[in-house]
Design a protein around this ligand. Structure first.
Ligand code: ADP
Ligand code: MG
Ligand code: ZN
Length: 564
């Protein structure tokens, strides 16, 4: 039941998705859900074991909470609404609403609220490895973003911040050990506590072109951050040149030029001389956000600035209502009853180009104050690799794609307050328990490992994650000598606790060698022609190194090679 496939499946977008399908690890069931076949399951188990060992070593205690959950605790924290359509909802036979857990803060906090009452019982860290359900808008890249996935989620409970800091550090170190053991490269990124609430957060991200998350990292210092947190200072020369230099405002026809690039070509102007106007919906109604034409708006920065839970680009209808014009031609001049928020990058501009709030028209020589007023200026744009590092101030930033493997948060008391999880301190006074939470995507570790270690022929597993340590290939199983020698090596290895897979299929040697490379088992033992000289052949998948060894000492030799 290792159904290998020659061709890349048509719907697979990433290397890991292709190779997992081709090497028979997974099969798609429906959009965002996958079956794990025997080889895939072994890799999942390897991954879970590593995570379990390191969690246990960090002093965390394993529990198992249901996946099918009552909605009440989610209502109490407000997250039934916050998760919205991302949460799967199930009606039971009595008509009562249940939800499928996308994460478990509410449930573990309710449990702890009942079981813990005194400072003497704290601190404690609980974890589980459990299936999570998220109705992702865009399930993608195979198991990297799926609707059902395995997460290790841990939760720590404390009497004070110093104790939280200690456990946070322990988890941080355990995460490093987990990803080191999986031989995964990773960056530890300052992250936004966001939906979780709380004071501090780090993401463990594997740099990879297949990753959907962007992070910014400095080549001069240790700075790595989520772009949403990468603050850009107001430029020193941030203020405008005096009014007398301004040219008169002028409307020009720009038929069909609704993008910055099209407009730049048509008007023979630089994007840095233009201002983009984006109408955004917030919880308090629409706002107009301005950024220089060569920059992108960062919606999270804007959301935080305005303290708005809702933040999205407005649709055509709203834009028409607010500006009187169509998408692609918005501008700040003449806007009424809508706050105008300018990115710092706009402040230094003179005589810039903006939309005219009319189909096929733009304005030349637009100027702040003379032609329109702004309500607020702030840092609301995406950082770029041309910006200086927010930490050391030097140039040398890189913006890279990554796969978020894990995430740790200092939660504080958001959940314990909402769910009444309190403890009695030494003096008998009640206080809310202070919390941290920690998550690792088990499936994602596997995908990230493949994205980082493959060649044209297939996967190259690190020892720790490989489904088997050794693959034995019998060139021809109907040859009694080959069969017996293969059986002896297989038995010898398995009796020593070495995980061996024996390819005893009646197919051509070519197919067996191809599949061996595709599966990526670290050590391949071939039993065939060499047998007449009492020899078997070894091939190391990663290095391609080959050697010929004596049959009689083969088991000892291979066992030794596996233990290094
Ligand atoms: N849809 C998904 N498919 C697979 N793994 C996921 C998915 N969503 C989250 N994970 C994994 O669970 C970990 C913890 O989740 P969390 O930080 O709450 O997710 P997110 O950052 O996507 O909101 C993530 O770091 C990631 O490894
Ligand atoms: Mg996260
Ligand atoms: Zn730096």
């Amino acid at each position: 039941m290792i159904p290998t496939v020659k061709e890349d499946p048509a719907d697979a977008e990433s290397i890991s998705h292709k190779l997992m399908m081709r090497s028979g690890l997974i099969r798609k069931l429906a959009a965002g859900t996958y079956n794990y076949l025997p080889l895939g399951m072994r890799i999942l188990n390897k991954t879970m074991n590593i995570v379990r060992q390191e969690m246990d070593r960090a002093g965390a205690l394993e529990v198992l909470l249901p996946a099918l959950l009552p909605p009440e605790p989610w209502e109490q924290t407000g997250r039934l609404k916050d998760f919205g359509d991302n949460m799967f909802k199930v009606i039971d036979r009595t008509g009562k609403l249940n939800v499928l857990g996308p994460t478990h803060e509410e449930i573990i906090t309710s449990l702890v609220a009942n079981e813990i009452s005194s400072y003497r019982q704290l601190p404690v860290t609980l974890y589980q490895i459990q299936t999570k359900f998220r109705d992702e808008l865009r399930p993608r890249f195979g198991i990297i973003r799926s609707k059902e996935f395995l997460m290790m989620d841990a939760y720590s409970f404390h009497t004070d911040g110093a104790s939280l800091d200690q456990s946070y550090k322990k988890m941080y170190d355990a995460y490093c050990r987990i990803f080191d053991r999986c031989k995964l490269p990773y960056k530890i990124i300052e992250a936004d506590p966001g939906l979780m609430g709380g004071s501090g957060s780090h993401e463990f991200t594997c740099p990879s072109p297949a990753g959907e998350d962007l992070f910014v990292t400095c080549t001069n210092c240790s700075y790595s951050s989520n772009p949403d947190l990468a603050t850009i200072k107001m430029p020193d020369a941030g203020c405008r040149i005096p009014d007398k230099d301004m040219k008169p405002l002028k409307e020009v026809a720009t038929p069909g030029k609704s993008t910055i690039e099209a407009l730049a070509g048509f008007l023979n102007a630089q994007p840095s001389q233009m201002v983009k106007t984006m109408i955004c919906n917030t919880s308090k109604g629409p706002v107009a956000a301005l950024v220089r034409g060569d920059y992108e708006l960062n919606l999270s920065k804007l959301a935080k600035l305005l303290n708005s839970a809702v933040m999205e680009l407005a649709d055509e209808k709203t834009i028409a209502k607010v500006t009187g014009g169509p998408v692609g031609f918005s501008g700040p001049v003449g806007l009424k009853n809508i706050p105008i928020i300018a990115d710092y990058s706009v402040l230094g501009l003179v005589d810039f180009i903006t939309g005219a709030n009319k189909l096929d028209a733009h304005l030349l020589n637009t100027n702040i104050n003379r032609d329109f007023k702004i309500d607020q200026s702030a840092d609301i744009r995406m950082i770029t690799d041309k910006d200086n590092c927010p930490s050391c101030g030097k140039p040398g930033l890189k913006i890279l794609n990554g796969i978020e493997l894990g995430h740790i948060f200092k939660l504080g008391t958001k959940y314990s307050k909402a769910l009444n999880a309190q403890f009695l301190d030494e003096k008998g006074a009640r206080a809310p328990i202070i919390m941290g939470c920690y998550g690792i995507g088990i499936n994602r570790i596997i995908a990230a490992a493949i994205e980082n270690s493959f060649d044209a022929n297939g996967i190259i597993w690190a020892e720790a994650l490989a489904p088997y340590q050794v693959l034995i290939i019998s060139i021809n199983t109907s040859d009694k000598g080959i069969f017996q020698a293969s059986q002896d090596i297989y038995d010898g290895l398995t009796s020593r606790g070495i995980e061996a897979l024996w390819d005893d299929r009646e197919v051509s040697p070519g197919i067996k060698f191809k599949d061996a490379d595709l599966l990526g088992v670290p050590l391949i033992v071939t039993i065939g022609k060499g047998l007449k000289d009492n020899k078997v052949d070894l091939k190391y998948r990663a290095s391609g190194k080959k050697e010929s060894i004596l049959l009689d000492s083969a088991v000892e030799y291979i066992a030794k090679a596996c233990s290094v």
